[in-house]
Design a protein around this ligand. Structure first.
Ligand code: UDP
Ligand code: MG
Length: 319
């Protein structure tokens, strides 16, 4: 049996959202007070240049369940969320946006689903209220690609509204646009993940901070996620694999050239394939050495910080 959740931490990154914060706090408080259990609302001011911080100050003054972290500059949504995770004390952590596009009324539903025995419940904006061409379509394509590459099949990686058991969130640092890949990371250590359709509203105040360029960042991050998930402990399998393939290809080319020489009397030296063969050998050997350097890094990573290479769900008769 998994532990029943009795306290919640709501983590909300804020970047220039002055007109949304009061209403968001009202709605959140109404929902959270109607539920049993403890909660805290953690706002991370990600270097806002409007009045967001003074709004947060006011909220914190009125309500001691509101915790505020002010970052020194704009670090981006992922880092802001990471700062919130580090502060969170609840049994479960909920991420949501500050702009009221996510609906606080979904929180009880997410929690109920989590208590059915999941580690992660991921919101799915089934009826998304954003521009189709610049937002919804690229997001659909990205989701299909991420699902295919990570083998964790979710319709909506980009939806911020998700709930996690806190244990699932400890143990890795977040970089770039990577908050959306937390479910994929969690799945690697065996977390049980499920999706739940959630509400989605158009943004009422302020502007979206993102455009189409985010899709490219997400796709680049996907390379990192795939590399870390498949090869983080055995980089030589990837680099060595490429290296050996190149060297074999080079051998085949040389055989082909020899055959041409003896069967048809063609000079090897005049063929561009000889250059290609030489290049393949050089690249292949380098790739193998890169893999070996990778292996050194893996050992440094695990052994200098005593990081285990596995994660345990539970132990019996062992303290
Ligand atoms: N955000 C942030 N730092 C940034 C950009 C955005 O903390 O550099 C916050 C923003 O205030 C909001 C959430 O991240 O709470 C999502 O941003 P936005 O609504 O612009 O994204 P969209 O919903 O358009 O994808
Ligand atoms: Mg938004």
């Amino acid at each position: 049996m998994m532990k029943t959740i009795s306290s919640l931490s709501i983590v909300i990154p804020v970047y220039n959202e002055e007109d949304n914060l009061k209403l968001l706090h009202d709605k959140l408080t109404a929902t959270l007070n109607s539920m049993s259990g403890e909660y805290e609302i953690i706002f991370i001011d990600d270097g806002s240049i409007d009045n967001s911080f003074s709004c947060l100050q006011q909220l914190a003054h009125q309500d001691d369940k509101v915790k505020v972290i002010e970052l020194t500059r704009n670090y981006g949504q992922t880092v802001a969320i990471a700062a919130g995770i580090d502060q969170a004390k609840g049994d479960a952590v909920i991420f949501m946006d500050a702009d009221l596009q996510n609906d606080p009324a979904d929180i009880p539903l997410l929690l109920a689903k989590l208590n059915e025995g999941y580690d992660v419940v991921s919101g799915w904006r089934k009826h998304r209220q954003d521009k189709w061409l610049s937002r919804t379509l690229p997001s659909k394509l990205a989701n299909a690609l991420i699902s295919y590459v990570t083998k964790v099949h979710l319709h909506d990686y980009g939806c911020t509204l998700k709930i996690y058991r806190r244990e699932v969130l400890t143990g890795y640092k977040l970089y770039g646009e990577m908050h959306r890949f937390i479910p994929a990371y969690a799945a690697q250590v065996g977390a049980k993940i499920v999706e739940l359709p959630v509400q989605h509203h158009p943004r009422r105040h302020g502007q979206s901070k993102y455009g189409l360029e985010r899709t490219f960042k997400v796709i680049l991050d996907l390379f990192t996620v795939k590399f870390l998930s498949s090869y983080a402990q055995k980089p030589i399998y990837l680099f060595g694999g490429v290296g050996v393939t190149l060297i074999l290809a080079s051998l085949l080319l040389v055989l082909l050239l020899l055959w041409q020489k003896f069967a048809y009397g063609l000079f090897m030296i005049t063929s561009p394939l000889l250059h290609l063969a030489a290049m393949f050998v050089i690249l292949g050997v380098q790739s193998i050495f890169l893999g070996l350097i990778g292996e050194l890094l893996v050992r440094t990573y695990h052994e200098s910080q005593n990081k285990p290479t596995y994660s345990v769900r539970r132990r019996l008769n062992i303290k």
